[in-house]
Design a protein around this ligand. Structure first.
Ligand code: PMP
Length: 415
């Protein structure tokens, strides 16, 4: 009812043109027309604090990024079959941030393409087909990855050797190692050779579990069985957790790291870094070409994002403001019994609502109420997890202490 007539017309046009697969956020959908830093502006000029967008990671419409994008677009934009310095400068800069064994880059446009290619490489390298994912994972939108994204529902898994294991849940005390050990036993019993463990380092759609219990042991077991470890860093990568990569907190060296979302601050830039020997064997047998991936504009944008992360100390900001927010959330927990758990790393934080602290039964109604209550207070956030009861707090990395205070005050009001 609160929707302005012009926005109601947009809702109707969307439904007519795009159909029901396209979902809108919020009971009262938001019509945004402009963004700057951590703020979005609606058609009436009201501003909203964006505490959710991990794509516009260095801030909406960052002037250095838009200048790089427009500047290179005015000079040359083509594919990767010509010599061009920018692609190599960008590949070098990315590889310099990763463990030494990861010495080759491949560029794509989306995280889905990166994960899809990572699985092709893992299957080719291992000779296996079995893939292990967590029980509420999301890894992408291709048919292959939809089948490995249980958060989308069970319908897609037909015909794939996918094993789902319990996510490493620090609140309920599950270890990834237990599930992976059991999956490997089942694979052996069915004569399925493992190809990979595909795991989001921060287990975002499983409910946000940084420094996941049992991840290192799970990786070792999968490798012993001949499979590869693919770290999906599409969510935690590029400073989100207070370090450049989620794996930096764990000291793990994956065989392949996939990346995307924040890489181009909204321009589609994604890719993977892989072990030299594995990528070289793969390249001898197969070739890879991606029409738009790794274009000079993509590389210029990606380099600008890396420059901003470095020059504005955004890893440090994510760590410091994230710590401050975590303290504020913990203080809210002491006053609101509906908050069962507070956790997170850097600027990727979770507030888990439960109906009962003893049984830890998910309270999705409160989560939904808070998401919509915050929207009414012009703060944007969403919920995740298998029970849709975990607030996902994931603002741009330029989030300030003052902006954290706004979020905490509005959250307190809602609760
Ligand atoms: N992996 C993870 C962990 C993701 O969160 C996403 C996107 N939500 C993807 C992969 C797929 O990325 P894209 O939407 O760019 O294809």
């Amino acid at each position: 009812d609160q929707l302005p007539p012009a926005d109601r017309a947009l809702v109707e046009r969307r439904a007519a043109l795009l159909g029901p697969a396209y979902r809108l956020f919020y009971d009262t959908p938001l019509h945004v027309v402009r963004g700057e830093g951590c703020w979005l502006y609606d058609a009436q000029g009201n501003r909203y604090l964006d505490a959710y967008n991990n794509v516009a990671s260095v801030g909406h419409c960052h002037p250095r990024v838009t200048a790089a994008m427009a500047g290179q677009a005015a000079i040359l934009n083509t594919h990767t079959r010509y010599l061009h310095e920018l692609l190599l400068d960008y590949a070098q800069r990315l590889l310099d941030t990763l463990p030494d064994d990861l010495g080759r880059m491949v560029f794509t446009c989306t995280g889905s393409e990166a994960n899809d290619l990572a699985l092709r490489i893992a299957k080719s390298e291992s000779g296996g087909t079995g893939v292990i994912v967590t029980a509420n994972a999301y890894h992408g939108t291709t048919e292959l990855l939809a089948g490995m994204s249980p958060s989308l529902g069970p319908a897609m898994r037909k015909g794939q050797d996918v094993w789902m294991v319990a996510a490493p849940d620090s609140y309920r005390g599950t270890s990834l190692a237990d599930g992976v050990a059991a999956a490997l036993v089942q694979m052996r019993a069915r004569n399925v050779q493992p190809a990979a463990l595909l795991a989001d380092t921060i287990f975002a759609s499983d409910g946000i579990f940084p420094t996941a219990p049992g991840l290192a042991e799970a990786v070792a077991m999968v490798r012993d069985a001949g499979g590869l470890y693919i770290a999906d860093e599409v969510q935690p990568g590029f400073g989100r957790t207070g370090k450049m990569w989620g794996i930096d907190h764990l000291g793990l060296t994956p065989d392949i790291v996939t990346m995307g979302k924040p890489m181009g601050n909204g321009y589609p830039v994604a890719g993977l870094a892989g072990r030299r020997d594995i990528l070289d064997r793969f390249g001898q047998n197969m070739r890879y070409f991606n029409t738009f991936g790794g274009s000079p504009v993509a590389a210029a944008v990606g380099l600008a994002v890396l420059d901003v992360i470095r020059d504005q100390n955004l890893c440090q900001n994510a760590a410091a403001v994230g710590e401050y927010l975590l303290e504020g959330l913990t203080s809210l927990q002491s006053r609101h019994s509906v908050i069962g758990d507070v956790r997170g790393q850097g600027l990727y934080l979770a507030l888990e609502f439960v109906t009962d602290g003893a049984t830890k039964a998910p309270d999705s109604a409160t989560a939904l109420g808070v998401v919509n209550g915050l929207r009414d207070r012009r703060v944007l956030i969403s919920a995740t997890g298998p029970g849709a009861n975990v607030l996902k707090i994931r603002p741009p990395l330029v989030f300030s202490y003052a902006e954290a205070d706004i979020l905490l005050r509005c959250l307190d009001e809602c609760l």
